[in-house]
Design a protein. Structure first.
Length: 165
């Protein structure tokens, strides 16, 4: 499948819930697509001014394409995801969760690189979970077929990123 065709199909899936930008530079890396989602949930008592509690959820999607994926490119992208977590995650009073999805699109891949992708982990809880948490999901999607390699957290969203005809 063509890279642009795949990005267009993802943007159609996400357009209702995410703010999507194409060809954007984030933290010094040129990305093919960036999507951001923010939701604030509030419980009220009698009127809208009587707030019992509230919490916010965030999700960020960073997509980058490599024609040939090797160890150094994956490590560079993993370091970018760690920097993005430091930059975008702010554990404040109402923070509940932040998910950072790093999606690598590739045409070909080295066999040793798959191990690095599967072993990648980056998550943290703040104040024993009272101020929320963040998880980083890493997925590598092969544009030549149905091959998706993901880390442990990425298995939850693997079906979303599968290439559909």
């Amino acid at each position: 499948m063509d890279k642009q065709k795949y990005l267009n199909s993802l943007s159609k899936k996400f357009e209702r819930y995410f703010d999507i930008e194409f060809q954007k530079e984030v933290l010094g890396i040129q990305l093919d697509m960036v999507a951001k989602h923010y939701s604030l949930n509030v419980r009220t008592f009698l009127t809208n001014n009587d707030i019992i509690d509230s919490y916010e959820n965030n999700e960020y999607i960073f997509i980058k394409h490599y024609s040939c994926l090797d160890d150094s490119k994956v490590k560079e992208f993993c370091n970018f995801l760690k920097d993005a977590a430091d930059f975008y995650v702010s554990p404040k009073k109402n923070h509940m969760s932040t998910y950072i999805n790093g999606i690598i699109l590739y045409d070909s891949i080295d066999e040793g690189t798959k191990v690095i992708i599967r072993k990648f982990r980056n998550s943290k809880t703040f104040l024993f979970g009272l101020k929320g948490w963040f998880d980083t999901r890493l997925l590598a999607v092969g544009l030549n077929g149905q091959d998706i390699i993901c880390n442990r957290e990425g298995k939850r969203v693997k079906k979303v990123y599968q290439i559909t005809p």
